[in-house]
Design a protein around this ligand. Sequence first.
Ligand code: 4AD
Ligand code: MG
Length: 445
Amino acid sequence: MATLINIGDIAQYDGQEVTVRGWLYNRTDKGRLQFLLVRDGTGVAQCVAFKKELPSDMFEIAQALTQESSMIVTGTVRADERAPGYPGGFEVGITSIELIQIAGEYPIQPKEHGVEFLMDNRHLWVRSLRQWAILRIRATIISALRNWLDDHGYMLVDTPILTPAAGENTTTLFEIDYYGESAFLAQTGQLYNEANIASFGKVYCFGPTFRAEKSKTRRHLMEFWMIEPEMAFFDLEDLMVMEEQYISAVVQTVLEKHRMELEILERDISKLENITPPFARISYDEAVERLEKLAAEIDDPERKAELAITWGGDFGSPHETAIAEMFDKPVFVTNYPSAVKAFYMQPVEGRPEVCRSVDLLAPEGYGEITGGSERIYDPDLLKQRIDEIGISPENYAWYLDLRRYGTVPHSGFGLGIERTVAWICGLPHIRETIPYARMLNRLYP
Ligand code: 4AD
Ligand code: MG
């Protein structure tokens, strides 16, 4: 009796008779020998149909299979280092083949296609090897992010998606009609996390978040996933120590589990092996100085203009990339101007024009992967900030309550899953890091 196996485990079955169920990924026709590359979701294996060893009707099936045809194949596993596949080094000598469906002419060929075409066919593109590798790594990144928190005393507390008020910037809200009232898709779970820490101490939320970002960049999605830890009695330094350990652990987990996928993506692994604590810390002031110095040394006027910054301005992606390139690990940038950050961030004592915020910039130009801060915990100061930025205090009455009943210093941050996946996988654009990207001009499929 053949054993039903996952191709990913094929190495454990050398010499045994196995059954695999899947789809034809590619084929090489050598007449009497048909080399079928079969994928089953867990891997890709070369299955060889040899005319002499198969009943003629089965050999005809093997010859007729088109790309993405579905089938059940039984045969004997044999080690052969030349055999392609993921993992390679083993092939299946077919003894029987059962057809499920001959697939119609498949739109995605094993050749180059334009990216818009591929995005239109995303429901099929997810089957391609590179996409398979990326989305497997994404799944591991998410589980590693959650497991680390679960193992370190953080409790998952879910936060709502339908919310009555802005959590971040009021210009990027998706508004919906909530039985005649206006409501918004969550931009963050942070404000609710701040309520939850007073019950549980260290918490996190994980879920989709929404930002109506009316710009087309390779780092922005309308719908993205964020994990947000929030901790009572944490200051900015505690936050950075936790983040550098957390992110390093996640990168190392991906390296342990996904050598094969990283190879498919041609990722330079040495860059990831280097991700261990500590990460450098620089202030916004220092970052601006470094940028000014860099711009002064550059002759190309276009590049000079791109890097231009005056104190007080927010960093754009050229600035973030230039700063990150000065380090070979992620770098923390602290104490941004209060004016470019959210209303809830704690001002620096004696220097309220900057706040106790920290962004983590990924190396190799992948930009900001986490954003966080100490939160204002003084009730009067928070009320004052709410009034200053002109959001309605009635909507934030519950949030102000948190500062009234046992307020404590606290901090937290949000990590964007897609930017983290882009960085770890080495992808130039964020659109491939999520199964179905939502962008300015894309809501299909
Ligand atoms: O810096 P952001 O806006 O921070 C917050 O939302 C805080 N409330 C988080 C917190 O302190 N609990 O977003 C956090 C991260 C960014 O660093 C980035 O990785 C990602 O979320 N992000 C996006 N990713 C993809 N597309 C977008 N439009 C994103 N906006 C933010
Ligand atoms: Mg941010």
